[in-house]
Design a protein. Structure first.
Length: 172
């Protein structure tokens, strides 16, 4: 009886060890295949989504360039000499540009979108601050004041442009 049990163990133990090793190798192979499939899917998605993301960055860059006070004031001329009307026109123009590009946020990182929002708000704040001055009594004076203020410091949109360039550079 002991001899039969010993024979049984001599055949069973190697079979169990071989089966366990085969199971481990098979499981490892299946995990590698799953990771390869995921990598292929991500690679394909990146290949298809990269042009769309780059286009979103381009549109936001154009937005930031267009709301830069120097370019905005040259593009949007006052309709009258009323400074409040001109201030409202400039802010309305910025808001329209922003709303036109609102959907691009889904392609940008949260940090980038936050900086774009901050750039827009800072530009509007700059216009409002200049418009609050008692010394300014016409649209042309408002224009001159904003332009002269931009000589001393960079436009608020420059921070957003810098961040976009950094983020796009990290995509490569």
């Amino acid at each position: 009886m002991e001899e039969q049990l010993l024979n049984l163990l001599m055949y069973t133990v190697p079979s169990i060890i071989t089966g366990a090793i085969a199971y481990l190798f098979f499981r490892e192979h299946m995990q590698n295949e799953e990771e390869r499939r995921k990598f292929d899917i991500v690679k394909t998605l990146n290949k298809e989504s990269l042009p769309v993301r780059l286009q979103a960055y381009e549109r936001i860059t154009l937005f930031l360039e267009r709301i830069s006070p120097n370019k905005l004031l040259l593009r949007v001329a006052p309709l009258s000499s009323d400074k409040q009307a001109y201030e409202d026109l400039l802010i309305k123009n910025i808001e329209q540009e922003f709303e036109h590009n609102l959907s691009q946020q889904i392609y940008l990182s949260n940090d980038c979108w936050t900086i774009v929002n901050a750039s827009k708000s800072a530009t509007i704040q700059l216009i409002r601050k200049a418009g609050m001055s008692e010394k300014i009594d016409s649209a042309n004076k408002l224009r001159e004041t904003i332009l002269s203020e931009m000589i001393d410091k960079p436009a608020p949109s420059n921070a957003g442009l810098h961040y976009i360039k950094k983020e796009v550079g990290e995509m490569w």
